[in-house]
Design a protein around this ligand. Structure first.
Ligand code: PAF
Length: 283
C-alpha cells in the first residue's frame, strides 16, 4: 500500500492503474463503518484508493475541526489490512493552496439548505467542493459513501448527475452497534450515560417506520411525536423528518420511497441517523 500526500503523486499513480478504480473518501478516525466501505470497494474494483483528509471547509468556525479525532497511523494500518492500494492523505495546503477566501465552490442548493444544512450553514458546500476535487483527482469508476450520512449521499449523487462526473456513487448500508446506534467517529464524544441513551434515536426512527408500514400517513404528527419523545429523554432535537428519499422534500401523495431522518445533540455530540420506509403502490 502506498501513502501519497501530493496531488501530482496521486495523478501519476492513477495513470498506472489498470481496471476499475474505487474511491473511499474519509476524514480518518476509522471504524467498522469505514471498513465496510473499503470492503465494498475491494469486492467491486481492481484498485482501491482511500483518502484521509479532515476537510476544514465543511466545518463552521464554532464546530469541532480542531478537536476532530485524528488517528492517522492507526488509520493507515487498518487500511493496509483491509487491502487498500493507495491512501491519499494531503495536507490542507495541498488541497487549498490559496486558502478559503474566494475559493471556487460547488453548491447543490436543492439539497444543501434543508435538514442538517439548516443547522450547519455552508457545511454541504464544503462537502460538495472537497468531494468534487477528490473525484477529479482520483477519477474513480465508483465512489463509496455510507448511508448514515443520507443527505450527504443524496447531495453527492445530485452533484455527480448535474456535473456529468463519470463516477458511479455507491451507498453502503449503515453499520450499527449491537444496540442499534449508528457507528460514528463523533460517538466518542458521548459520556457513558449518554452512550446508553443514544440508541433511542434509532429506536424512534424504527417506530416511525413501523407506523408508516402500518398505514399512518400524518407524517407531521409522526415527526412531532418522535421529536417530543426524544426531547423528553434528554436529546436536543434538530429535526425528525419524513422525506422523499431522493429529493429530501416533503412526501407527495404519490411518493413511494421515503426516508425517516433525525439529528439531535446529546451532550457534546451531534448524532444523525436515518432509515428507509417504502410505501407499496395502493397501500
Ligand atoms: O463523510 C465524510 O467523512 C466526509 O464528509 C467526506 C465525504 C469524506 C468529505 O470530507
Amino acid at each position: 500500500m502506498e501513502v501519497i500526500a501530493g496531488i501530482r503523486g496521486l495523478r501519476e499513480r492513477r495513470e498506472l492503474m489498470r481496471g476499475g478504480v474505487g474511491l473511499v473518501p474519509t476524514m480518518g478516525n476509522l471504524h467498522q463503518g469505514h471498513l465496510a466501505l473499503v470492503r465494498a470497494a475491494r469486492e467491486e474494483c481492481a484498485n482501491v484508493v482511500a483518502t484521509i483528509f479532515v476537510n476544514p471547509t465543511q466545518f463552521a468556525p464554532s464546530e469541532d475541526f480542531e478537536s476532530y479525532p485524528r488517528t492517522f497511523d492507526e488509520d493507515v494500518a487498518q487500511l493496509e489490512r483491509a487491502g487498500v492500494d493507495v491512501v491519499f492523505a494531503p495536507a490542507t495546503a495541498e488541497m487549498y493552496p490559496r486558502g478559503r477566501q474566494g475559493l471556487t465552490t460547488v453548491s447543490v442548493p436543492a439539497l444543501a439548505d434543508t435538514l442538517c444544512g439548516a443547522a450547519r450553514p455552508g457545511h454541504f458546500d464544503g462537502v460538495a467542493t472537497v468531494v468534487a476535487k477528490l473525484l477529479h483527482l482520483a477519477a474513480p469508476h465508483r465512489a463509496f459513501f455510507g448511508e448514515k450520512d443520507w443527505q450527504q449521499l443524496a447531495l453527492i449523487r445530485a452533484m455527480v448527475r448535474d456535473l456529468d462526473i463519470a463516477t458511479e456513487i455507491v451507498g453502503v448500508p449503515t453499520v450499527r452497534a449491537a444496540d442499534g446506534l449508528a457507528l460514528s467517529s463523533r460517538n466518542q464524544y458521548l459520556t457513558p450515560a449518554e452512550r446508553e441513551l443514544a440508541p433511542r434515536i434509532h429506536r424512534k426512527l424504527c417506530d416511525v417506520r413501523d407506523a408508516i408500514d402500518a398505514g399512518a400517513r400524518d407524517f407531521g404528527q409522526l415527526e412531532a411525536d418522535a421529536a417530543g419523545e426524544l426531547r423528553a429523554a434528554g436529546f436536543a432535537v434538530d429535526y425528525v423528518a419524513v422525506r422523499d428519499a431522493e429529493r429530501l422534500v416533503e412526501p407527495e401523495p404519490n411518493t413511494r420511497s421515503l426516508r425517516v431522518l433525525a439529528a439531535a445533540r446529546l451532550g457534546g455530540a451531534r448524532l444523525i441517523d436515518n432509515i428507509g420506509a417504502d410505501i407499496a403502490v395502493g397501500a
